[in-house]
Design a protein around this ligand. Structure first.
Ligand code: PDD
Length: 278
């Protein structure tokens, strides 16, 4: 693979990250993952918009325009001949001797790479997945997409050990989101429930793009939180992310959702999203 490290496109074997990089020592870095289907980036404007927001919230002064960043992504895709997969970007605050406090003069470090994998037509997309329920162990600014992901790593690994494909996180009796996705349920009346944007969850780009498509189709999205019990008793459930697109959720904890098969509304949303992406 050809990767991008601090201004250069180089073979991954030659990539070096400094020992004193704050992303490495403190998780003091933000990232984005953009889906690539048929060689094209999906919803990348939304991803770059969110990257800027994350940088601003943490006062990381990346001196690159959105066009320059998109150019780096495009070059990564071209140099790796990527058809289907993801392009990853990470911006660290920079390098300095270890100190919690940082100098505002640090030069941020941008790295990027691609990962090849089929995003659509997968088993998960076709048959749906089983998600575990777990207490949300994360900090209180989940709206910032930081590289500080140990809560998600622990939750996903525990869910996998319990035989689940993924996990939905719960706080104060309400589902926050998936460990790396936005959680949705569809009520018996056909309302699509999604949690409203706040510091409690990451505002999903896939969810935002899907909401726009739904509005154009006259499908109703209701922004409100739901409890694990409501999700388990819902007509349908699904999760969205750049790496999983629209993925049906057919079991939540011990309970099957509906008849345990992806529902008709979820199928329609999958088709709508793929059609817009293609
Ligand atoms: N994760 N919530 C969390 C906690 C996430 O990590 C993600 C994405 C999402 C969905 O966001 P989007 O639709 O913009 O991808 C929601 C990426 C895919 C990851 O960490 O790999």
């Amino acid at each position: 693979r050809i990767v991008y490290v601090h201004g250069q496109f180089i073979p991954e074997e030659e990539a070096r990250i400094g020992l004193f990089d704050r992303g490495f020592l403190f998780g003091d870095a933000v990232y984005e993952v953009t889906a690539v289907i048929g060689g094209r980036m999906i919803d990348n404007d939304l991803h770059l918009g969110r990257l800027c927001r994350s940088l601003k919230e943490l006062a990381i002064p990346l001196a690159l325009s959105l066009e320059q960043i998109a150019g780096i992504q495009a070059e990564l895709i071209a140099r790796n001949d990527l058809r289907d997969g993801t392009v990853y970007l990470q911006v660290s605050r920079g390098e300095a001797d270890r100190d919690f406090l940082y100098s505002e003069a640090l030069a941020p470090k941008l790295v990027g790479f691609t990962q090849a994998k089929m995003l659509s037509g997968t088993r998960a997309q076709r048959d749906g997945i089983a998600v575990d329920l777990a207490d949300d162990p994360r900090w209180k600014r989940r709206d910032i997409k930081t590289a500080m992901l140990l809560g998600q790593v622990m939750a996903k690994q525990a869910a996998r050990a319990r035989g689940f494909d993924d996990v939905w996180l719960v706080e104060n009796g309400l589902v926050t989101e998936g460990a790396s996705s936005t959680a949705h349920v569809i009520t018996a009346e056909g309302h699509i429930l999604t949690r409203a944007a706040s510091h409690v969850t990451l505002p999903g780009c896939t969810q935002r793009a899907l909401a726009k498509l739904c509005a154009a189709e006259g499908l109703q999205i209701v922004e409100r939180a739901f409890a694990p019990g409501e999700a388990q008793a819902a007509a349908e459930a699904f999760q969205t992310s750049a790496s999983s697109l629209v993925t049906p959720v057919v079991r939540i904890g011990v309970r099957l959702v509906g008849n345990g098969r992806p529902g008709p509304m979820t199928r329609k949303l999958q088709a709508l999203y793929l059609e817009a992406a293609g």
